[in-house]
Design a protein around this ligand. Sequence first.
Ligand SMILES: Nc1nc2c(c(=O)[nH]1)N[C@H]1C(S)=C(S)[C@@H](COP(=O)(O)OP(=O)(O)OC[C@H]3O[C@@H](n4cnc5c(=O)[nH]c(N)nc54)[C@H](O)[C@@H]3O)O[C@H]1N2
Ligand SMILES: Nc1nc2c(c(=O)[nH]1)N[C@H]1C(S)=C(S)[C@@H](COP(=O)(O)OP(=O)(O)OC[C@H]3O[C@@H](n4cnc5c(=O)[nH]c(N)nc54)[C@H](O)[C@@H]3O)O[C@H]1N2
Ligand SMILES: [Mo]
Length: 871
Amino acid sequence: MAINAKGTPIVKGLGFNSFGIGTNACSVDIDEENDKILRIRPLRFDEHYTPEDLNAWKLEARGQTFEPGFKTLISPLSLCYKKRVYSKNRIPYPLKRVDWDPHGERNPQNRGTSSYVRISWDEAAAITAEEIKRIHDEYGPYSILCELDGHGETKFVHAPHGCQSRMFDLIGSYTLQTRQPDSWEGWYWGAKHIWGMDPLGQQSLLNNVIKDIAENGDAVLFWGCDVETTPLGWGGYLASRLCFWFTDLGIKQIHISPDVNYTNAVHADKWIPVKPNTDAALQLAIAYTWITEDIYDKDYLDTHAIGFDHFRYYVLGGEDGVPKTPKWAEKICGIPSYTIKAFARYWAKHAVSIAHCNGGSFIRSCYAHEPARLEVALLGMQGLGKPGANQFKFIEWTLYGMQTVTPLPPSSEIPDCSPAYRGWYRSFPESFIPKTMIPEAIMNPPVQWYGHIGAGFPREDQFTGPFTFPLEGNERLHMIWSDTPCWETCWNGGNEMQEALRHESIEFIIIQHPWMENDCNFADIILPTNTKFETEDIGTDSDNGQWNLVYFERQAIKPRLESKSDMEAVGEVAKALEKFGGIYENLFDRYMGGKTCEEYIQAGFENTGAAKKMTFEEFKEKQYYPFPTIENWEDIPAGLSEFYADPEGHPLQTPSGKLEYYSTTLASMFPDDKERGPVPHWIDEGAGHQERQYLPRGRKYPFLIVSNHPRWRVHANLDDVTWFREMEEYVKVTGPDGYKYEPVWVNPVDAGVLGLESGDIAKIYNERGGVLGGVIVSERIIPGAIYQDHGARVDSIVMGEGGLDRGGANNLIAPYATTSEHAFGEVTSGFLVNIEKVDVFALAEEYPEAFGRDYDPDCGLVATARIVEGA
Ligand SMILES: Nc1nc2c(c(=O)[nH]1)N[C@H]1C(S)=C(S)[C@@H](COP(=O)(O)OP(=O)(O)OC[C@H]3O[C@@H](n4cnc5c(=O)[nH]c(N)nc54)[C@H](O)[C@@H]3O)O[C@H]1N2
Ligand SMILES: Nc1nc2c(c(=O)[nH]1)N[C@H]1C(S)=C(S)[C@@H](COP(=O)(O)OP(=O)(O)OC[C@H]3O[C@@H](n4cnc5c(=O)[nH]c(N)nc54)[C@H](O)[C@@H]3O)O[C@H]1N2
Ligand SMILES: [Mo]
C-alpha cells in the first residue's frame, strides 16, 4: 500500500512565496515508500473536521450557493512537484568553476561558459570563508551583495532565501538587493497616489467583496486577469470555481487583454482585445465618453474626490489640445471607437466591478503607473464602493504585517509562524540597491534613486532619498552571494545582467540552489541545496480562500545526492569562518540562534492559535490545524462600502483622505516629472522608453510582446518538469532539431506576412538581442502583438548585449530602463520586438558548442551538462 512508514500521508504545503516564507501554500498529502515519493494528492479536511467544526461559510445569492470544499483544490504545479525533486537538473554535489582560481586567475569573462568540477562541502565552505574574510579586509562588508528576494518553496526553518543575510548580519552587514514591488509596479507607483491603499497600492479593503458582487453585481471586468493560471502558483482552483458560479448567477465576465488567456477561453462573455500596454488610452476614452455624455457620478466626486477638474480638463484636451476621444484612443489601443463607446455606456448603466490577480503583465510595463491610477479614476467616476461596484484580487497575499485580507469570508485567524523563520527577515541594512538597478550598480557606480523600494513601504517612502550606492567612503561591489539565481530570466535587461556578472570588478560569485539553471552558470562556487520534501518544517496555508491552517511537515525523503537545506548550507560557511576568530568567533552557534530545528518549529507553532487547542506533540501527530471561519462574517462591511457611505468617517490613506485626481504630493515632490505628473496621462515616450508602435522605433521593431506569467511554471521554477514538457504545442514546441523551444503565439494575419507556420522556430529580437521561440499560429493573440511566457530557462548561444538565447528567456531583451523617471520598477512586458524565422541547423553549425550541450528533451539542459571530471 502506498503509505509512509507511520501509515499516514505526509502533509506538505506546496507553493511559492516571496522570500520563501511558508505562507499561501496549497497543502497536499504525500505518499512515500522506501524513501521514495510515490504521489502527491489533495489534503482532505473531512477526515478530521466537520463543517460545524470549521464554521463553514456559505455564500447565497439569486437562489444559488457557493461553499468551500473539504479538500484542497491543488494545481498541476503542485501535483507535478515530485518531478522537480527527482529532476535530472538537480545539482548533485558542490561545484567550483574550472578556470576560477582564488589565488590566481579568476577569469570573470568566462562566467557563463566555463565548466565545473566536483569539490567537497569542506572545500566549498573553506574557499567561501576565505573569500569573505579577504573581501571584508580589502573592501569592507558593503562590497558583498546578497540576492535573496525570489519566491521560493514555502519553508520556514529551512528558509529558501536569506539565510546568508542572517549570517552577514552577525559579521558586519552586507549590501541588500531590494526587491521592488514587481508584482504590482503600476499600483505601487501610480494607484497609491490616487487612493492610498498602503502598502501595495492595490485594493486592501477586500472583505466580503465576493458576497457583494454575488448579490448586487451585473458584470465583472477581468482587466488583464487569468484566474485559471495565476492563482495556481500560490494555491489552487477556488477562483476558477468562483468564475463558474458568476456564470450561474448571470454575472457578465468581460475580458480586456491582448490574448485569449485561459480564463478568457473558458469563462468570458465578451473579449475586448487591447494592444499591449495601451490600456491608458482606452481608459481615457471611457472617461471622455462619460464626461461628454454626462453619465458619471458627479455627486460622488464632489464628496469623495479632489482635483477632478484637472483630470476633466486633461481628458477634454484642455491641456495639450488633444481631446481623448474614442477615435483618438482607437489609433493607439486598436479597439474600434464604437466598441469603446458601447462599453463605456454599458459600464455607466450597470454595477460593474474589476477583478485582478495581480494586475496583468502590463502593470509591469513602461509608465505602468498611468493605467493603474486611471483604473481607480474610472472606478471613482462610477461611485466606487457602491453595491456591486468594487475592485478585488483573486490572489491572496499574506505576508505578516502587510496584507491579510480575502474577498471571501475571512478566517478566525491567519496563523503566523514567523518565530520559526530563519531567512531574511525585517533587517534592512544601510546599504541597498533596487533590483532593477543591479547591473548598473555593478558596472557603473554610483547609482541613485528614491525610496526603499521594498513592497512594504507607505506612500511617502517614494519621496525619501535620494539614496546612493555605494554609501559614501565605501567600495563598489566585489562579491555576490545569491540564493535566487534567476535574475537573467525574471528581471529587466537580462543581457546587461549577463555583462555585469562577468564584470572584472566581481571577484567572487557563490550560489546555493537545488537546480543547475540560469544564473548558476555564472557562479564560481555552487552549493547544492534541497527541496522541502527532504527536510522537516512548519508552514501555513490559506488555500486560496477555503481554510487557513498551520501544518507540521515531516521529512518525506532523505536529502537527495549531496544536498543540504539552504539554512544548513550557509551554516557550513559559518562554521568555516570561525577559524578567523574576532567577529567570526562562535559564528555557527550565533547563526543558529541557540535553538535546534525542532525548537524553531515549536516556536512557530506556539505563535499560532493552534497552541491553545493542542499540544506540540498532538500537532506533530495530527499534522495540521485548520482555523474556523470568523463568527458573524456576514456583518463585515463589503469592500469600500464604508468609504462610499461616509468618506469623512472612513477616509482613504491619501493626504486628503479622498480620491486624488490631482496628487498634490507628486506635484510638490517631483514638479518637473513629465512621465508621472500629478494627473494621470497617456505617455507616448520619455527619456528611458520609446515602446510605441507608431513612433520611429516601432517601424524597426513592429510587434509588442506580451510576456505573461507562465501557466506551466512559476517564473523560473518548473521548466524542467517532464509531465509538462510532454504537452506539445502548449508547454514546448519541438523544433526540427529535437530541442523543445518555448512557444510564441503569432496571429495568422502576421504569420502570413512573415511566412511563419506552427512548428517553425523564430527569433524574437530588438537592439538588445534575441531569443528563440517555437511558433504557434493562433487567433488567441491579436495582430501586431506576439505572446511568449516569461521565465523560460536561459540557454545562451551568445551572451550579453546583442546576445542570442535558445531557451526563450525574453527578459534578456526586456528594457533596461525602469518604469519612469522617478519610478524604479521593472519593465518586462509590452515592449517592442521583431520576429523572423530562423534555420536552427544553420545556427547549430555556427555555434556548435551551444547546440552540443548535454540536453534531454524531457528536462532541458541536465545538471551534468557543464560538469567535467577532475580539476
Ligand atoms: N517578462 C516578465 N518578467 C517578469 C514578470 C512578468 O510578468 N513578465 N513578472 C515579475 C514578477 S511579478 C515576479 S514575482 C518575478 C519573479 O521573480 P523571482 O521571484 O526572482 O523568480 P522565481 O522563479 O519565483 O524564484 C526565484 C528563484 O528561487 C529559486 N528557488 C525556489 N525554491 C528555492 C529553494 O528552496 N532554495 C533556493 N536556494 N532557491 C529556491 C527558484 O529556482 C528561482 O531560481 O518575475 C518578474 N518578471
Ligand atoms: N502559474 C503561475 N501562477 C503564478 C505565477 C506564475 O509564474 N505562474 N506568478 C505569481 C506571481 S509572482 C504574480 S505577481 C501573479 C501575477 O498575476 P497577474 O499579474 O494577474 O498575471 P500576468 O500573467 O502578468 O497577467 C495576467 C493577464 O494579463 C493580460 N495582459 C497582458 N498584457 C496586457 C495588456 O497590455 N493589457 C491588458 N489589459 N491585459 C494584458 C494577459 O491576458 C494575462 O493573462 O501570478 C502568480 N501566480
Ligand atoms: Mo509577482
